[in-house]
Design a protein around this ligand. Sequence first.
Ligand code: FAD
Length: 519
Amino acid sequence: MVSYNSPSQIHLLVITILVIITTLLTPITTNISSLPWSILSNDNFAGKLTTASSSVESASTDFGHITRVFPSAVLNPSSVQDITDLIKLSFDSQSSFPLAARGHGHCHRGQAAAKDGVVVNMRSMVNRDRGIKVSRTGLYVDVDSAWLWIEVLNKTLELGLTPVSWTDYLYLTVGGTLSNGGISGQTFRYGPQISNVLEMDVITGKGEIATCSKDMNSDLFYAALGGLGQFGIITRARIKLELAPKRAKWLRFLYTDFSKFTRDQERLISETDGLHFLEGSVMLDHGSPDNWRSTYYPPSDHMRIASMVKQHGVIYCLEVVKYCDETSQHSVDEEMEELSDSLNYVRGFMYEKDATYMDFLNRVRTGELKLKSKGQWDVPHPWLNLFVPKSQISKFDYGVLKGIILRNNITTGPLLVYPMNRKKWDDRMSTAIPEEDVFYAVGFLRSASFDNWEDYEKENMQVLKFCEDANMGVIQYLPYYSSQEGWVGHFGPRWNVFVERKYRYDPKMILSPGQNIFQ
Ligand code: FAD
């Protein structure tokens, strides 16, 4: 007969309970044994390096909420020296440990993770009293890479100045978007954000800090721009500025015909000194035409837009902006009227809005706050972003949008399609882009649930397979591959340069292991 009073039985019970608790806690337990003791006991990192489960847990996931990869520790640096010391420690160690800069953690596939290594929480570097210095005469801003673009904008606007190239959403760090590209509706005119950087400070994987620009350490400069965190941690960037406009004249036009939609887009991005912003999106038969990226259409029009979508299955929206101020407002109004007349949209489906420059740039924030209040922001995001060559975009519409997406009938959320000019990019930068003069950015920006995100994953695979089988030359933006073979194909003829640079700047393969390129 079992008696729970006997000491050995109690002992056994306690051990059993401990085993159960340990097992349950395993996913959030840190693997500190993989870190050299020299780091954990290093006085330089006292109070900055933590293995607390709350820190480790929050560094294990990201905006995607699809991966969960646990570091052994998180460094909250207060200076560039802290980061340099950490990288040096790893580089000099017999058993180097991986480490990754984490900006705002808005990647979606564990790209900012460092399995059994150290995540460097860049945001702990933000010091409200310093870190953003605007030069009025030089027309640039020097910014610590951990700042969010919204913070940069607020600061430069105080002096009537602004960066010119943006992402749709501004709560991303400077270092995070410069490691990818940074694209939006301004890219066709000003190039991606990485085309608007004058200088950077970068700590390489050897723990050496270098200032670089197109004239100084230029190979490192171009490597780090769009470099997916592989060649160094960017700590400072000097970004070009221009005089800030006051207002944005913002128009949308609906199309039922894809070729008319893309022809108009391509004509508009070929004009010099025309629009300041151009994007496009796809509307599917899923209720309200508004989504978290923008709430735009007057409620009184929702029904007739919905019925047009129902009739055609899919319709397209061209979105354009011209900046203006008090003196130019009238002429810009006239210009936009002329432009509207020249477009081939469905008459009667034109929408107009005047916004402040700030409200226009920060347009996604409203949707974010709304979703947050409903608990729908921190959900899985099985996103897929692609660059599609212009010559393939009709096939993409036919095969992917009207084929796979419409047929599966599961995709909701913003679906972007807009062109950009290749000449605004620089081949020396690391971001992989198609060869054609014009290519389209296509973004499937889905919100899913923890029950159904795998269905979207399957759809993503279908889309990628279709593009590959049809040999369309499509390249992923914010790329993710599960094998190195995928990366070799991604970079194509530029893979060798990417590898050479890795050996030059991070020979021990320490940095940003979450990109899954060199492991
Ligand atoms: P993290 O997610 O923290 O890091 C991403 C990668 O960059 C990691 O590999 C990390 O190690 C590396 N990294 C971070 N900081 C540094 C640094 N200082 N030095 C070196 N490497 C570093 N992108 C666009 O181009 N256009 C858009 O319009 C756009 N909209 C978005 C909207 C939303 C809601 C979200 C969630 C993302 C959007 N993105 C967009 C994608 C976004 O630009 C990238 O995911 C970007 O990397 C996020 O920045 P982050 O600061 O969160 O970087």
